[in-house]
Design a protein around this ligand. Structure first.
Ligand code: FMN
Length: 186
């Protein structure tokens, strides 16, 4: 079965830069022959602030929004987190969506495409720590986009070195996504 990679669009604001970034990554990933790619817009799942009575580790969900979200994330072998940096950390809506689930993230790979005043790097450092708790394998190569230099208003204007970095990240992500299938099946 083809390896399934989801591009997680983590910004939910109207007028978000994240949408053009996620679409760029999605189109670029689709040129790869070795994967199936899907763009997953967290905002469309309409997740309220975490309202499940049990922590996600138990895997018992009472709300339909959680069941829908769980079913979607369960489909993937690996993820590209498209993340802005908010107040030197991760965006709250995306963290809330991540917190809804646990086993669905375990033993899967994650790569990062970030943007911000200094490329969103502080958000990615925090994501890496969160991924450790979720038993996710976060790959080293990442893409960093500068608000001032790499956007025309909210439209991303990626340069050739961003494209190279994105392919390097995808190489590692696909490799680890493939390898971790065996861990999940074992
Ligand atoms: C709540 C909030 C906090 C922000 N904090 C930071 C920050 O700490 N560092 C940074 O580089 N940019 C920060 N920004 C600016 C964002 O990089 C910029 O608004 C970006 O477009 C946000 O991504 P989005 O448009 O996809 O939501 C912040 C923006 C918001 C809305």
């Amino acid at each position: 079965m083809a390896t399934k990679i989801q591009i997680l669009l983590g910004s939910t604001r109207p007028n978000r830069r994240g949408e053009s970034v996620a679409r760029w990554v999605y189109e670029l990933a689709k040129t790869r022959t070795d994967i199936e790619v899907e763009l997953v817009d967290i905002g469309t799942f309409n997740l309220p602030l975490l309202n499940e009575p049990e922590p996600a580790g138990g895997g018992t969900y009472v709300h339909d929004h959680t069941k829908r979200w769980s079913a979607k994330i369960s489909e993937a072998d690996g993820f590209v987190f498209v993340t802005p940096e908010y107040n030197h950390s991760v965006p709250g809506a995306m963290k809330n969506a991540i917190d809804y689930l646990y086993a669905e993230w375990n033993n899967k790979a994650a790569g990062f495409v970030s943007y911000g005043g200094i490329g969103g790097v502080r958000a990615v450092e925090h994501w890496r720590s969160i991924c450790g708790q979720l038993q996710m394998a976060d790959v080293r190569s990442q893409v960093m986009l500068m608000n001032r230099d790499d956007f025309d208003e909210i439209q991303v204007q990626p340069k050739p070195h961003h494209e190279q970095a994105a392919h390097a990240m995808l190489d590692q992500l696909i490799s680890w996504s493939n390898a971790l299938k065996a861990v999940r099946e074992g």
